[in-house]
Design a protein around this ligand. Structure first.
Ligand SMILES: C[S@@+](CC[C@H](N)C(=O)[O-])C[C@H]1O[C@@H](n2cnc3c(N)ncnc32)[C@H](O)[C@@H]1O
Length: 215
């Protein structure tokens, strides 16, 4: 299996909160446009897990919505977890670890894999993580995946339409943007029965696609 997620670990562990938040602003994510779309499909009492919580952007959104269900934030970077625990651990559950290996006491209703989190994984890793998340979800559970629109230039270097690399002074990140057909194949192999696809633009006009995988 091609492994890129492990190679990308240092990028997020070294990024620094200010830089991470500045990237969210440049990408047009700090207005939560992506989350407003996803939240239309989520009931206020549903239990949600976020995959790769970063600096807490999705948690901020859910707390601002006064979300009543449980919120579990999974994050593998120890540095980011230190921050998440300091800011949020009185209100939500922070799980430090790799999404591949994480399990919860109870199944969850919705999993959020936002702001390109999925593309930090190789094609084989993406398929494996989607299978694992399927098992973590309740019978009517949903998985939300937000990625750059295929064929659109991002801030990174494009090796081809699907493989991109971002080089910064704190590290490098390699990404794989799946085609719509690949997302549907992953979903099918994992046992999801329906995939909705929503194209949208962020506050800074970045073209994105959100997939909603339903059991
Ligand atoms: C692009 S950021 C998205 C942050 C956040 N979800 C948001 O929308 O603002 C991806 C996050 O996933 C985390 N991550 C990457 N691989 C992971 C893994 N295998 N398990 C858990 N978290 C992971 C990274 O450390 C990073 O914080």
């Amino acid at each position: 299996m091609e492994q890129i997620n492990e190679k990308n670990f240092n990028f997020y562990n070294r990024i620094g909160l200010d830089t991470f938040q500045a990237l969210a602003k440049d990408g047009g994510f700090s207005t939560f446009v992506d989350l407003e779309i996803a939240y239309r499909y989520i009931q206020p009492t549903e239990n949600i897990a976020e995959i790769g919580a970063g600096y807490g952007r999705c948690i901020d959104f859910l707390l601002a919505k006064k979300h009543q269900g449980k919120i579990i934030a999974v994050e593998q970077s120890p540095k980011l977890c230190e921050h998440l625990r300091a800011v949020y651990s009185s209100t939500i559950k922070i799980v430090e670890g790799d999404i591949y290996k994480v399990s919860f006491d109870h199944q969850i209703d919705a999993a959020l894999w936002m702001w390109s989190g999925m593309i930090d994984f190789s094609v084989e890793e993406q398929a494996a993580v989607i299978k694992h998340i399927h098992e973590l979800l309740t019978q009517k559970g949903k998985l939300f995946i937000d990625i750059p629109r295929i064929g659109i230039k991002t801030i990174a270097d494009h090796i081809d339409q699907q493989r991109i690399k971002l080089t910064t002074d704190f590290g490098e990140i390699e990404c794989y943007i799946p085609l719509s057909s690949e997302v549907k194949e992953y979903a099918d192999a994992a046992g999801f029965t329906r995939v909705d696809e929503i194209n949208y633009e962020t506050a800074t006009d970045k073209k994105r696609t959100m997939y909603i995988l339903m059991k």
